[in-house]
Design a protein around this ligand. Structure first.
Ligand code: HEM
Length: 416
């Protein structure tokens, strides 16, 4: 990458070292904390150099809302992450979460959103599947008969099963060997990614790929996940009925049929594997950690738990499960769910964006090809927005009459 001389209008930031840039400033175990410290020093827009890569971090609700609200078109593309190439992600085959626009992101985003909105997988809607899985989870909890247990694994399996329903058409028994193997390899992969996050931003560049390191382990784990998924795709090919797609794999295979003869299409088999990995990895840990925070919040705030239970008992009773359409009748419960997500703050950063041209942000200019990271935690805990940012306080989402209120700074999923 060509280096440009720093302009006086570039955002402030720490002085970079040759070759490593500011890499050593990031606490590998807790990059989010390092970013918080740098924010205090340099303000809501600051510049970092990680290896050879220029990076700008945006923080706080006002800055993020203003920037992305005013120039959304500048912030849709993703940077090319060299590590992705080591993980069999290349031309028209970059999955979805880190895919560049030129490599099928829009096509895949449209496919996935429409799948979530419209697809009744087999005979059941997604909502029915979620509700059914909640039933299995509660039965597992009940089977413990009041004795202490760690719910983390069960929550992971329940969430993983919903994603399996979406991707593979059916849930698994919690003790199923293939399922346990898949959950295990995904967990190991994620641990490895989070353990080495700052290095991975530039790993795979020509100079780092010469050395052995965590990226090689990651490659192996990715291969292990792919083997399991490829078997499932092959099974689907044998049993599918193109007039009746059962799940994401069938719907994707249909799109592959339609894309025959279009070499630039991102509907190809390697991309199917990458999409399956993106969806399972993106969904499992985020959702199960949020649920875990939910349980913890209820244990720590029994008065809140009591009010939620009373509202549900009063409005729905104990015979049927709550459904999405019940939300309007459950303002306090809705406020508590939102507050759990805000307080849990499970994903401190959105996926990185990249600007294609010099872009103005307030009084600063962000140079072309800079990676832009949104610090979502700084929005969910923004002291200028939330009354009690560091406390669990469901009233953040209630008005004086106890009605549920949406808050603009509730951005756990970012702005897109
Ligand atoms: C509490 C749960 C979740 C949280 C907090 C969360 C948060 C996020 C965030 C912050 C992003 C990055 C958005 C951006 O960079 O613009 C993202 C992307 C994504 N998430 Fe989630 N997510 C959750 C659950 C899920 C689930 C259950 C699925 C799968 C069904 C999923 C699939 C995805 C995908 C495919 C992307 C990439 C989207 C794109 O690049 O267009 N997420 N998520």
């Amino acid at each position: 990458m060509k280096r440009r001389k720093r302009s006086s209008r570039w955002p402030p930031g720490p002085t970079p070292l040759p070759l490593l840039g500011n890499l050593l400033l990031l606490d590998i175990k807790n990059p989010h904390k390092s970013v918080q410290d740098l924010e205090k020093k340099f303000g809501p827009v600051f510049f970092l150099q990680i290896g050879w890569r220029n990076m700008v971090i945006l923080s706080g609700f006002k800055m993020i809302k203003e920037t992305l609200g005013q120039k959304p078109e500048e912030f849709i593309d993703r940077p090319s992450i060299p590590l992705m190439k080591l993980l069999k992600r290349g031309k028209n085959c970059e999955g979805i979460g880190f895919a560049q626009c030129s490599n099928g992101w829009k096509e895949q985003r449209r496919f996935f959103v429409s799948l979530l909105k419209n697809f009744t997988m087999g005979k059941k809607t997604l909502e029915e599947r979620v509700s059914g899985e909640a039933g299995y989870l509660c039965s597992e909890f009940k089977s413990k008969e009041g004795s202490p247990f760690d719910p983390q694994n069960l929550l992971c399996r329940a969430v993983g099963n919903i994603l399996c329903s979406l991707a593979f058409g059916d849930r698994f028994e919690y003790s199923d060997n293939t399922f346990l193997k898949l959950m295990h390899v995904i967990e190991e992969f994620l641990k490895e990614v989070t353990r080495n996050l700052p290095q991975f931003i530039d790993t795979g560049s020509w100079w780092l790929s010469l050395f052995s390191g965590p990226h090689h382990k990651l490659q192996k784990q990715y291969g292990n996940i792919s083997i399991i998924l490829k078997e499932m795709v092959n099974e689907h090919k044998k049993t599918r009925d193109p007039t009746f797609p059962r799940d994401l794999i069938d719907a994707f295979l249909d799109e592959m049929d339609k894309a025959k003869g279009k070499p630039d299409s991102s509907f190809n088999e390697q991309n199917l594997i990458n999409i399956l990995i993106d969806v399972t990895v993106a969904g499992t840990e985020t959702s199960s950690s949020t649920l875990l925070w939910g349980l913890l919040s209820m244990v720590n705030h029994p008065e809140v738990q009591k009010r939620v239970q009373e509202e549900i008992d009063e409005q729905i009773g104990r015979v049927r499960s709550p459904m999405i359409e019940d939300q309007l009748k459950l303002p306090y419960t809705c406020a508590v769910i939102h507050e759990i997500q805000r307080y849990a703050d499970v994903l401190p950063f959105a996926n990185p964006y990249m600007v294609h041209r010099d872009t103005e942000i307030g009084k600063f200019v962000i140079p072309k090809e800079t990676v832009v990271l949104l610090h979502l935690s700084s929005v969910l805990k923004d002291e200028t927005v939330w009354e009690k940012p560091h406390e669990f306080y469901p009233e953040h989402f209630l008005d004086a009459d106890g009605h549920f209120v949406k808050r603009e700074a509730f951005l756990p999923f970012s702005l897109g």
